[in-house]
Design a protein around this ligand. Structure first.
Ligand code: 5GP
Ligand code: ZN
Length: 113
């Protein structure tokens, strides 16, 4: 997707601080961290949001969730962490390329809404 911010990060056209990369996914630090550790994990394939996950493309989502614990361990998040994906306007999604936030490194607020 030519006009997608995260596709540009995948392509290397916009710099990012990468923490994990393989053939199908990329993880990098959020530019405006909301916790001491704030990482975004994305598929390299452009999927607009959770609403775009299908039987055909969901293997990459399973892979993301297999890698998340490795990233959390590498970040030293032994006390726990939160995984969040905002989908659509009511959730405040601002980048329309599927991404999972990993948040940790402090006691996180309990409010979910
Ligand atoms: P959303 O609000 O869509 O769930 O999350 C988008 C996230 O992308 C936000 O936390 C925002 O700080 C982050 N973000 C936006 N632009 C950039 C960027 O250019 N680089 C990085 N690393 N993160 C970004
Ligand atoms: Zn994209």
């Amino acid at each position: 997707m030519a006009d997608c911010l995260f596709c540009k990060i995948i392509a290397g056209d916009i710099p990012s601080t990468k923490v994990y990369e393989d053939e199908t996914i990329l993880a990098f630090r959020d530019i405006a961290p909301q916790a001491p550790t704030h990482i975004l994990v994305i598929p390299k394939a452009h999927i607009p949001s959770v609403d775009g996950i299908t039987a055909e493309n969901s293997a990459v989502v399973a892979h993301i969730f297999q890698v998340i614990p490795q990233i959390a361990a590498a970040e030293g998040l032994t006390g726990g962490y939160r995984v969040v994906s905002n989908c659509g306007a009511d959730a405040g999604q601002t980048v329309h390329h599927l991404h999972f936030h990993i948040l940790g490194g402090k006691q996180l607020a309990l409010e979910m809404a």
